[in-house]
Design a protein around this ligand. Sequence first.
Ligand code: ADP
Ligand code: ASP
Ligand code: MG
Length: 439
Amino acid sequence: MIKVVKFGGSSLASAEQFKKVGDIIRAEDSRRFVVPSAPGKRFSDDTKVTDMLYACYDLAAKGKNFDEQFEKIKERYLEIIEGLGLDLSLDEQFNIIKACFIGKAGRDYAASRGEFLNGIVMSNYLGYEFIDAADVIFFTDSGEFDAEKTDAAMKERLDGIERAVIPGFYGSMPNDTIKTFSRGGSDITGSIVAAAVGADIYENWTDVSGFLISDPRIIKDPLPIHTITYKELRELSYMGAGVLHEDAIFPVRKAGIPINIKNTNSPMDPGTMIVESTSQKPQFTITGIAGKKGFTVVNIEKDMMNSELGFGRRVLEVFEKNGLSFEHMPSGIDTMSVIVHQSEFEPKEQEVLSGLHRNVHPDSIDIETDLALIAVVGRAMKSNRGTAGRIFSALAHAHVNVKMIDQGSSELNIIIGVSESDFEAAIKSIYEIFVIHQL
Ligand code: ADP
Ligand code: ASP
Ligand code: MG
């Protein structure tokens, strides 16, 4: 039995947390490959080491003095090393990192040092071999993750190795510079390692007892989801449920390895199993709810647009030419709406508008900002009639005005657009009707 275990930032924020992690790893012989994040927050308004590194490097890149910020980062590691009573000095590493900051080695390099250093601390603490992710995780020249090269190198490097620590979040480019995944990317590293060693399970340890039905920052103590499919999870994580990086499922999914989300602070809780498919009936009609703010809707009106061949294509062509991807495109007979990310759309707004006028000669275009999208996801929705109706009555009851609705053709999700000010109330009312009322 092989388990790959990834620990998130809050699980490694202090020596005390490290000890919990050590106990978890030592409790099972099968926990042979460990992927650590950088130290995260120790308390709610603390700063993650990754964010400290970005800020510190930004000073360095402007040629400003960054000594004070650098010392604070050092202190975070010293506190852990001393708290664990380790015989380890990171002085040499810090000297190299400082020189690289001065030499402007790049923001990705800077951020990656958080997991690099934590990997060294972890390997010293556990007595496991340290493997630099730069030697086993690769990106292409264009910055895409190079799955093939990585898998081959990782397999070769780990062959015959009993136990190792591989830091999360980064890898290297063909020119040997360091590149990171997007934020939260240590989840991806864990998944890559799990696939390469043919793990029986990928355990992802965090600070909540599994994937919760909704965001605990919106719903107080939401219930955990026992079992969720990869597809459902992807819908939820794409729509903002930040527990697991949305790309983390791909490597393990290909290899048929389940993911178990577990709580470092409550290791006996079963957590959430993420699987390819399951015969297990979900406890509720919906599996989860997630949502994101920051969308803009471009509403295009033109009489008889439905009979105009190629209308949709010409609309989307304008967005494509401006480098904008769209999230959703609900349409009526004489209307079509394109939903885009507000931050991406704003700087290109006028180009898009004039492009649309040129391309499709609409009767009118109207722009609505500050839209939030909410995804209600569940494999059981298909076989339960009236789900959409129940969502609407819950929203009406909470006086939330629904601006848009879009049901995925797989019937796995319903997307609802509401104004940002209604976001929290909308999620609460959906949780209430499908979870609280069903208990
Ligand atoms: P880690 O540092 O362990 O990678 P993250 O901060 O990336 O942890 O993810 C865990 C956090 O995700 C939780 O503390 C919680 O605040 C947040 N979160 C958002 N949506 C959900 C959800 N549906 N279920 C569980 N946690 C969620
Ligand atoms: N430390 C990185 C971040 O804060 C990566 C991770 O935690 O997964 O985004
Ligand atoms: Mg994370």
